[in-house]
Write a new protein. Structure first.
Length: 659
């Protein structure tokens, strides 16, 4: 589901107002927009305030850490050969490469001139569908691409938002999530991609988020999930011809989660992930006739993804154990697990079965590699490495394995996170950057940082990535501990982390910076207002400054889903609470330097969230840096913008954390 973080997400109706406010706010003190030879200046698409000149030497120092931090993930198997396709989703182009054998060279087989969000292949391999937006506004349009002809055709109307297409088994139709411009909720539509006029509404949403996952073997029915929040959902079956839907999950329980349903080979049941009757998300089989669930995994860790082999005889799934992935293979007849070859410690994702039902491909990433592509032959147990992620020229071997740390919060609950230590050549107490994940229900997991490794390796700054209450991966009880009126408890977990740092002889509690993106940016601002004495500097990237104004202005297709997590701002008591804890309404407490980053086209967290915080904190006389990208949304995707933001962040760290 794409309701938060790139899980996905402009403000066109407010754009002119935003531009007017911004031009007034920045009429004084704009940085030069031209390169000055010995300094790095933002281009005309970046507007800055308070950010000093960035020396060109900094770009040279960081250059060897510049790489594709996302790597080259697997796109699937060739329809006929034992060859893998991998994809490079650049901001200006999308390229698909073919790799003929493990460790083999890459050969470009497909190129789309404008960058896209993702590719969705027809089972027969003749066509693919892709979606793309404009400058990060997430108003995704869907296109059909003829692979042999190399031509694209627009399938959608140019104004609605369209994502997550699912091909029928026959390859003649697609079900996808769709919302009209300014619409409420996300519905399901169906289309024959060879005839855009066949586009029709399949299931209408009243505010929740619908996402289809699979067609029945005979293509008469489809299974979809209705997300009421990022942690609660319902399971539905729909007749594709009539649009009649049938609820398969419990009517009585609204706090359950269902995800990733897939039909069994015979169509008599559905495999799915659910936390029904468990604190953790388990893999289960639902017998459609008996309406009975049978569980195929334990209740001690979350299952986060699975795929059924084309034969229907083997099922592969991934479990998440304190942020580390484990791959499992299950015989669907006996329910017994097969032995899996030993894999490195890291994160596994994107399972793809070859049509032979023996070769399973997947992505792997860790702190030392962005994305490597592996495959396992389930019969021979042979593990093959097809590609290696590019890490630039940096000495990645210097990066130590992250350490899992634990601390007790205000209510004695144990909270965990990951600590990255700089190389041992740095002695004495180390300054610390705390990086808070978004969501809020996401989970920080050790993955490759790309440019951020410069801060660790060359500046000697330790990094702590906490998973405070509300994070996934630790059970349903834990993920719901920060909902609604309990929002501040997650911030108290961060306050307890600041106290824990004071007990660590290796860490410098007098030099701590807090940063975060999206909800992590909100949390960072909340730390700035609640624990100002515990930090030296704060950075908020596309973070809300007031959850009331955030909910009122975020796009309608996601508003109701977010209310399930944050609380309904239309309720007077909830509104009073959210206003009281808002960083914006406590901005007078922000006494430490603040760096705010924002994309002008962000449909999730509108530009006003950043501007109102910048204006309020400036009244304190507090140093404020502000970076606004006119051609970005919730995620920065253009490399020049990513680079400038990073250079400015390094300068901010040097100026306010290291001195």
């Amino acid at each position: 589901m794409d309701t938060g973080g790139r899980f996905l997400s402009s403000a066109k109706c407010l754009l002119r107002k935003t531009l007017a406010v911004f031009c007034c706010l920045f009429s004084i003190g704009l940085s030069s927009v031209f390169s000055q030879g010995d300094e790095i200046s933002p281009g005309s698409n970046l507007l800055t305030q308070g950010i000093p000149r960035i020396p060109a030497s900094l770009a040279g120092a960081v250059q060897r850490y510049t790489s594709n931090a996302y790597g080259l993930p697997v796109a699937g198997w060739d329809a006929n050969k034992r060859e893998l396709w991998i994809k490079d989703l650049k901001s200006d182009a999308t390229i698909v490469y073919r790799v003929a054998e493990p460790g083999g060279s890459t050969k470009a087989v497909l190129s789309i001139s404008t960058g896209v969000y993702d590719l969705y292949y027809q089972p027969q391999g003749k066509y693919l569908v892709y979606n793309r937006d404009t400058n990060g506004n997430e108003q995704f349009q869907m296109y059909l691409y003829d692979i042999e002809m190399g031509k694209s055709a627009l399938l959608t109307d140019g104004t609605s938002r369209n994502t997550e297409p699912v091909w029928s088994n026959a390859g003649d139709r697609i079900i996808f999530s769709s919302s009209p411009a300014g619409g409420k909720g996300v519905s399901l539509s169906v289309i024959n991609p060879l005839d855009s006029k066949t586009n029709r509404l399949l299931v209408q949403s009243s505010g929740t988020y619908f996402k289809a996952y699979d067609w029945s073997p005979d293509d008469r029915q489809a299974v979809f999930i209705e997300y009421t929040s990022n942690t609660t959902s319902a399971l539905w079956l729909v007749d594709v011809a009539s649009g009649t839907k049938t609820l398969l999950s419990s009517k009585e329980k609204s706090d359950e989660y269902y995800d990733s349903p897939q039909f069994a080979k015979d169509g008599n049941g559905i495999y799915l992930i659910t936390d029904h009757d468990s604190d953790f998300r388990r893999l289960a089989y639902l017998d459609l006739k008996a309406k009975k669930l049978t569980y195929l995994s334990t209740d001690k860790s979350d299952v986060e993804d699975f795929k059924i082999a084309p034969s229907g005889k083997t099922l592969a799934f991934i479990s998440n154990d304190e942020g580390i992935s484990h791959l499992h293979l299950v015989d669907t007849t006996s329910g017994r697990e097969r032995t899996v070859p030993s894999l490195p410690s890291g994160i596994i994702s994107d399972l793809y079965w070859h049509k032979n039902s023996q070769d399973l491909a997947f992505n792997f990433k860790s702190a030392r590699t962005p994305t490597d592509v592996y495959s396992i032959n389930i019969e021979t147990r042979a593990l093959s490495k097809w590609t290696s992620g590019k890490t630039g020229d940096a000495d990645i071997a210097k990066i130590p394995d992250p350490e899992i740390i634990h601390w007790r919060s205000f209510d004695s609950r144990v909270i965990s996170g990951f600590l990255f230590r700089p190389p041992p050549t740095f002695t004495g107490k180390r300054p610390v950057v705390i990086e808070i994940h978004g969501g809020p229900e996401e989970q920080y997991r050790p993955s490759f940082w790309g440019q951020d490794n410069y801060v660790l390796n060359e500046l000697g700054v330790a990094r702590i990535c906490p998973n405070v209450r509300g994070s996934t991966g630790y059970g349903k009880t834990f993920v719901n501990l920060d909902n609604g009126i309990n929002r501040e408890d997650a911030i108290r977990d961060l306050g307890a982390l600041l106290q824990w740092i004071r007990t660590q002889p290796y860490l410098d509690a007098e030099r701590v910076m807090v940063t975060g993106a999206s909800y992590g940016g909100y949390a960072a601002l909340s730390v700035a207002t609640n624990y100002a004495d515990g930090v030296r500097a704060v950075q908020s990237i596309v973070g809300p400054s007031n959850l009331v104004t955030f909910l009122e202005n975020t796009e309608g297709w996601r508003r109701d889903v977010r209310r399930g997590e944050y609380g309904d701002e239309r309720d007077p008591k909830m509104r009073e609470f959210l206003e009281r804890i808002a960083p914006l309404n406590n901005a007078q407490k922000v006494k430490k330097p603040l760096f705010i980053v924002q994309g002008m086209n962000d449909p999730r967290v509108k530009t006003g969230e950043a501007e109102q915080m910048v204006s309020a904190v400036k009244k304190n006389g507090t140093p404020v840096w502000y970076l606004l990208a006119k051609d970005e949304g919730h995620d920065f995707v253009n490399q020049k913008n990513i680079d400038y933001q990073f250079y400015a962040t390094v300068l901010f760290i040097q100026e306010y954390l290291l001195k």
